[in-house]
Design a protein around this ligand. Structure first.
Ligand code: PLP
Length: 456
């Protein structure tokens, strides 16, 4: 093992027991406690599975996980253990990643507009790879970070993406030559190009277009004498299913514009793809009240169906539900206590624990009547949730309970052993297959990896 993560950092889930069983056990413990605080269960095995899917879908792309998406310690330790790099957007994120022992060459500082003191911090902590998209940034870097290796971030046409980033960042293609020339005058090294297609993109072809544009900028850079060797295709990847189609588009664009052997390293900055599905949040109802349902009355309706209930829960948009404000998310609760079939349902809304009137978690839900202390479960709560958590109103973020199945833990070890085999050895084994025993050992390892992979 690489030493970033060990069994003291998470709860090992043995065969015959699932992380869902663990959640039920935790619910029992929390139900006995008087405070019934909200808590997370983070299934690290799910992250391992997402990582393996990523490597399989985009075999030529190295993931640099976007720390801003979810910077919880157990998670970044796992990703370091898996050999991922890190996309950091600030001094604090660099410090966090370096505090667990990640070397600086596994970090890219991706904010194109950095505070000078933070550029100096990167310089003094050995982080050389940084992005930029404007002339002023080049001036700051020339003065404060002479060993920086800069990556020019270009804008994408993310007008159809749900979370747009090119409205704020990215140089236009027209301005790239000027920026590259200015960098040359300032003696700043340019090593590559990056982009981000925005999150929630509609058409994967946006990757093909952006990769083609990046190729044009590579040509400009090489004409000016730069050794361009890094392409960063950013983030925005959704779940593993959606990513299959996207990966096909990316792989064929890479084959066309950056074919294998062209000497260009390809990285990506996935965030939500890795973590969204791994985190489950459990909250409890802390208060409720009935409000008049503003609905033109129809005499035939049952009186009960006209009741509307507001529930207050012990989390808020200023803590784990930041995804509502920052990511346009619409979290839907699962009731822990299953309702009876004949139980009437009511128009219901969920409100956060802060005093802010905007702290609304969900409206227009049809739910059976809940009671104070009832538990609600929210799945897919890993991305841009706790990351934006604040102590507004004096509340603290929910505790995170990390767990992983033994098979996932073993898959990490198998993956590491596989990656540890020198490339040459692996290739020569594949070609020559001289020794039966060697071949058998190799098959064993791969079979186990595949088994572990599919069993996850
Ligand atoms: N890279 C950069 C520069 C970003 O700003 C973001 C998100 O804001 C990401 C990567 C991650 O995006 P996602 O979580 O959609 O993959």
């Amino acid at each position: 093992m690489n030493g970033y993560l060990d069994e003291s950092h998470f709860l090992m889930v043995e065969e015959g027991f699932t992380t869902r069983d663990l959640l039920e056990n935790l619910l029992l413990d929390h139900s006995q406690a008087s405070d019934r605080e909200a808590f997370f269960v983070a299934d690290l095995g799910d992250v391992v599975k997402n990582h393996l899917h990523f490597l399989e879908a985009l075999p030529h792309v190295k993931p640099f996980y976007t720390v801003k998406c979810n910077s919880s310690k157990g998670l970044v330790r796992l990703l370091a253990e898996l050999g991922a790099g890190f996309d950091c957007a600030s001094k604090a994120e660099i410090a966090l990643i370096q505090s667990i022992g990640v070397p600086p060459d596994k970090i890219i500082y991706t904010s194109p507009c950095k505070q000078i003191s933070q550029v100096k911090y990167a310089a003094s902590h050995g982080v050389q790879l940084m992005t930029f998209d404007n002339e002023v940034e080049l001036g700051k870097v020339a003065k404060s970070h002479p060993h920086a290796r800069m990556v020019l971030r270009i804008a994408t046409d993310d007008s159809r993406s749900s979370a747009r980033l090119s409205v704020k960042f990215g140089a236009t293609l027209n301005s790239c030559r000027h920026l590259l020339e200015t960098a040359k005058e300032m003696n700043v090294e340019i090593v590559g190009v990056s982009f981000h297609v925005g999150s929630g993109f509609v058409d994967p072809q946006i990757f093909a277009q952006s990769i083609a544009n990046a190729r044009l900028v590579f040509e400009m850079g090489m004409e000016l004498g730069y050794k361009m060797h890094l392409l960063d295709i950013g983030g925005g990847f959704l779940g593993t299913e959606d990513t299959k189609e996207t990966a096909a588009v990316i792989n064929s664009a890479l084959d066309l514009y950056f074919p294998e052997g062209c000497g260009v390293e390809i990285i990506a900055e996935p965030g939500r793809y890795y973590v969204a599905s791994a985190f489950t949040l459990v909250v409890s109802v802390i208060a409720k009240r009935e409000v008049p349902l503003d609905q033109p009355g129809s005499d035939e309706e049952e009186p009960s169906s006209k009741k509307s209930i507001r529930y207050h829960i012990n989390d808020s948009v200023y803590r784990s539900f930041g995804c509502i404000l920052f990511d346009n998310a619409c979290p839907t609760p699962i009731l822990h206590k299953k309702p009876c079939l004949d139980q009437p349902s009511y128009n219901s809304s969920l409100w956060g624990s802060s005093c802010d009137g905007q702290d609304c978690i969900a409206e227009g839900l049809e739910l059976p009547e809940l009671q104070v202390n009832d538990w609600l479960i929210f799945e897919n709560m890993g991305a841009y949730t706790i990351a934006a958590s604040s102590s507004f109103n004096g509340f603290q973020p929910p505790q995170i309970n990390y767990a992983m199945s033994r098979v996932a833990w073993e898959a990490i070890q198998l993956l590491q052993r596989k990656l540890l085999q020198p490339e040459e050895t692996r290739e020569s084994r594949e070609v020559s297959q001289t020794s039966g025993r060697t071949q058998e050992a190799k098959l064993n390892l791969e079979d186990k990896l595949a088994m572990a992979y599919w069993e996850l």
